[in-house]
Design a protein around this ligand. Sequence first.
Ligand SMILES: [Mg+2]
Ligand SMILES: [Zn+2]
Length: 261
Amino acid sequence: MPLRYLKVSPLSQRKVPSLLPVASDMDFNIGESMVYFDFDNTITTFDVLDGIIEQFSINRDWVAYENAWRAGHIGSKECLEGQLRSIRGTRKTLREYLSTISLDIHFKRLLALLRSKGINPIIVSDSFSFFIEYILRINGVKGLKVYANRIRFYGDRLIPSFPYTNSLCSHCAHCKTNNLSDDNGDREKKIIYIGDGLSDVCPAQHAHLVFAKSTLLDHFSKTQRHCLPFKDLGDVYNYFKEYGNDSGTEALQRTVKVSGK
Ligand SMILES: [Mg+2]
Ligand SMILES: [Zn+2]
């Protein structure tokens, strides 16, 4: 999470603008931006990975890992490796559970709106692609690129792997920040980030415009940075519908510098 861990990540070699309105940095059309979504509790209405851990663990060992992670004592890779050791589930039983998960009811119309503006958003998640891709599929969402951690099944054990770690970042399992840059071949494109949690703090600090709720919003509140608070994706939809053709400067003038609590 702390930026000092990210000193030589590709994005931080670029000029990273603050979220305060700076006209020269913010002269962009938000209709021509890259849009990144977190998945759990952003596109879904709760944290699916937490739900799986609670539902499929054979003991309560996951709680200690969760607490250590929240306290910042361990990174999310160590946390997830520890938590997955207690899970017993097969592809079949997990899919049965995943079949019950629905998306934020506004996600599909938001996706259609973004696509109508030529934006195909990208999902960056610190969960696992098996879960995310299945949930998207059963909800009829196609064609979205997903960057997430991986699992393979060994009997009823889930073995994680982490293709997107960043050796310079001790906080993230999937360091989403690196994938913001990988897909942003056109350096003129600005980054819009939508998320809710601790794993979003790292990438959100590199975004030009941030929609935040829950823990991510709390973090922006503590650090007194600008963002757009949202309750559900209906708020994000309304924003793009109303202001989707604004320049970045105008967009940022509508952000809220959330006050510290
Ligand atoms: Mg999340
Ligand atoms: Zn990171």
